[in-house]
Write a protein that binds this ligand. Structure first.
Ligand code: COA
Ligand code: MG
Length: 297
């Protein structure tokens, strides 16, 4: 397998139902990192075939500007996934999102199909990335195998609503009932060099609540968050873009650490607080995220 090209920044991943040409057109005009045309739960069972056709045409006809274009399939084993993939692949999307990934088999199947399509169409190998949604108890338990299943895998997405349903939890605003899984996803993503995209905030009229939940996700280590409405794009975008203050502080820490290392010190004081290797590493992550967001840091 050829290694996938480096992933782009994915702070906001905005879904819209694949059978809504209007919403797809709307999304194409937005300044959003990733647009995801959904063939799964945002589409009624009776509209699946129509949605595939709408997605196929939209990919061929619309200009999504600088946004990454993704298509979400129905899950592996649902019976719809092969037709979904055929419709998506015809439009050469930037990536495929596979929901309810529970085992290595799902990603192996998808990787083989995408590889076959790239070869058949003489497209550059590895250009179509994969994103796995982990949102079931089995998916959480099998995270390690899932993360290593395909060299095309670029990101994990955490699905809190599906997970809560699967484990019998009741969703609450502070999300403690899904905390183990939310933390497991971001930790496995980091272990395998993948991005981690946090849960959906359903109340799209509550932008303060969204900002709070996005800030928690960013503090947990997530690199982005799913969105379901255009109004959610700006708050999420800002929660996952390091602030000027955070960047300036990170730069000071990294510069000071370099000077201290040269002078022979691994641990030192800065503004009355100890700085050593893990603090420097965290500062480097802030700078890397800023650079990924196009900021000169
Ligand atoms: N992507 C692109 N455009 C969207 C959008 C989305 N996810 N959600 C809403 N819009 C558009 C609407 O079309 C509307 O524009 P218009 O008046 O020019 O048609 C505008 O934004 C305002 O929408 P609003 O009236 O506030 O919402 P709505 O009642 O049309 O839709 C939802 C509400 C929840 C049904 C809609 O936001 C939606 O479909 N979200 C995505 C659902 C989905 O994909 N779920 C599966 C993944 S979790
Ligand atoms: Mg889901």
């Amino acid at each position: 397998m050829t290694p996938a090209s480096p992933p782009r920044v994915r702070r906001t991943l905005l879904y819209m139902p694949g059978d809504s040409r209007r919403k797809i057109e709307k999304a194409a005009g937005l300044d959003v990192d990733s647009v995801c045309l959904d063939l799964e739960d945002g589409v009624a069972a009776s509209q699946k075939a129509a949605a595939r056709e709408t997605v196929r045409r939209a990919l061929a006809e619309l200009d999504f500007g600088g946004s990454e274009v993704l298509v979400r399939l129905n899950p592996f084993g649902s019976g719809g996934e092969a037709d979904d993939l055929a419709a998506a692949i015809a439009g050469h999307p930037d990536g495929i999102v596979l929901p309810k990934v529970e085992s290595i088999d799902a990603l192996r199947w998808l990787d083989a199909q995408v590889t076959g399509a790239e070869q058949g169409n003489r497209w550059p190998p590895g250009a179509i990335g994969l994103i796995a949604m982990v949102e079931t108890a089995r998916g959480i338990v099998n995270l390690k195998e899932i993360c290593g299943a395909s060299s095309r895998l670029q990101a994990l997405v955490f699905g809190a609503e599906d997970l809560a349903g699967d484990i019998g939890a009741t969703r609450t605003a502070d999300a403690w009932e899904v905390f183990y899984a939310r933390s497991a996803v971001v930790t496995h993503a980091a272990a395998f060099g993948l991005q981690a995209i946090d849960m959906v905030f359903l109340d799209y009229t509550d932008l303060d609540g969204l900002a709070r939940e996005a800030a928690v996700g960013a503090r947990l280590g997530y690199s982005g968050k799913q969105a379901i409405h255009p109004a959610q794009v700006a708050p999420i975008h800002s929660a996952f873009t390091p602030t000027a203050t955070a960047i300036a502080h990170a730069r000071r820490v990294v510069d000071a650490a370099q000077a201290q290392q040269s002078a022979g010190f691994g641990a030192f004081a800065l503004d009355g607080r100890m700085v050593d290797a893990p603090i420097v590493k965290a500062a480097e992550v802030v700078l890397a995220r800023a650079r990924a967001a196009g900021i000169d840091a």
